[in-house]
Design a protein around this ligand. Structure first.
Ligand code: NAP
Length: 301
């Protein structure tokens, strides 16, 4: 089957790319392996997508999917197993079919790295979040923990310090991986309490988080922090397995693009969380998808 553009990944980047590509007159296919919407489905209420005071992640992406299919975007659930991206005719193989296309948009997303402690996943939606910008507002005036020492953890702690009563920043070393300018800012915030050389041990609470146990690596002492929110910011893992050999990636494995979302391979684009960029949000994923599709339109039809 032949398409003008094949979009891999039906998250908010892929769905927006599909919308713009089809409206621009391209024969468009989106291939999604699991659930349309991607990571945003992990978020209960989205309160920072313009136009909606509050909407569930599931509802928001359902609307995006409906909008795509209503205008004639082909959307299929299948798993891409192989891609040949070099040359004029690109080939995308799935478990069930082979597609030829002039252009490919890679929107396979990324997943948050977990802390690796017992039952972590059980508390998603019960106080544990991988996205401070998405969920911070639910913890207004409450005590929370941020885990991590990179730029995400530092910006999350600063962001939450304006919303929450106390923010404990738990980091496993005594130096931050994140920028000095951010770590200096942390020290100016009286409601951010640093817990350094400390590793996560256990979450306290039956179904909802009531506390968090950390272990000091120097003294080997445990400490229980009474909190309601736990923000995990220990890195993001790009879903790059299929493209490791074909597209230029950053040191941490994210796709490097220019401002038009073009990769180093002609008519192959990166969009959304899989792309190297500073802010991974639905709104920036949508922006990437629109930008990529708009750039392709003038080149393939
Ligand atoms: P990151 O830089 O990889 O940092 C992850 C942090 O989590 C590190 O401090 C690491 O500790 C810690 N960690 C990893 N596994 C852990 C575990 N199991 N338990 C406890 N701690 C653990 O990830 P990131 O902060 O998400 O940043 C990703 C990229 O996006 C970076 O390039 C960053 O600069 C960029 N970014 C930029 C901005 C900005 O410019 N404003 C904002 C956000 C992100 P160690 O340090 O000990 O390894």
């Amino acid at each position: 089957m032949f398409y003008d553009v094949v979009i891999i990944g039906g998250g908010s980047a892929g769905l927006t790319a599909g919308l713009y590509a089809k409206r621009g007159g391209m024969k468009t296919l989106i291939i999604e392996s699991l659930v349309a919407g991607g990571q945003i489905n992990l978020t209960g209420e989205v309160e920072n997508f313009p136009g909606f005071l509050s909407i569930s992640g599931y509802e928001l992406t359902s609307k995006m999917l409906d909008q795509c299919t209503a205008i004639g975007v082909d959307f299929i659930y299948d798993e891409v197993t192989e891609m040949s991206l070099i040359g004029e005719e690109k080939v995308v193989k799935t478990k069930n079919e082979t597609y030829q296309t002039k252009a490919v948009i890679l929107g396979m997303g990324a997943r948050p790295r977990s802390m690796g402690i017992a039952n972590e996943e059980k508390y998603i939606g019960g106080g544990l979040s991988y996205c401070a910008h998405c969920d911070g507002n639910f913890f207004k005036g409450k005590d929370v923990v941020v885990v991590g020492g990179g730029n995400t953890a530092l910006t999350d702690a600063l962001y939450l310090s304006n919303i929450c009563k106390t923010v404990y920043l738990v980091h496993r070393r005594d130096e931050f991986r994140g920028n000095k300018i951010l770590s200096d800012k942390l020290k100016e915030k009286s409601n951010i309490i640093l817990k350094l050389n400390a590793v996560p041990k256990a979450i306290i609470g039956k179904n909802k988080i009531e506390g968090f146990t950390i272990t000091n690596k120097i003294t080997n002492q445990d400490e229980d922090l009474t909190i309601e929110g736990l923000f995990v910011a220990v890195g993001t893992i790009p879903n790059n397995n299929l493209i490791k050999e074909s597209v230029m990636l950053s040191e941490s494995g994210f796709i490097i693009t220019n401002e038009n979302m073009e990769t180093n391979v002609n008519l192959v684009y990166g969009a959304g969380d899989i792309r190297a960029k500073p802010l991974r949000q639905v709104v920036t994923a949508c922006s990437d998808g629109a930008t990529a599709a708009a750039d392709i339109i003038g080149k393939v039809i």
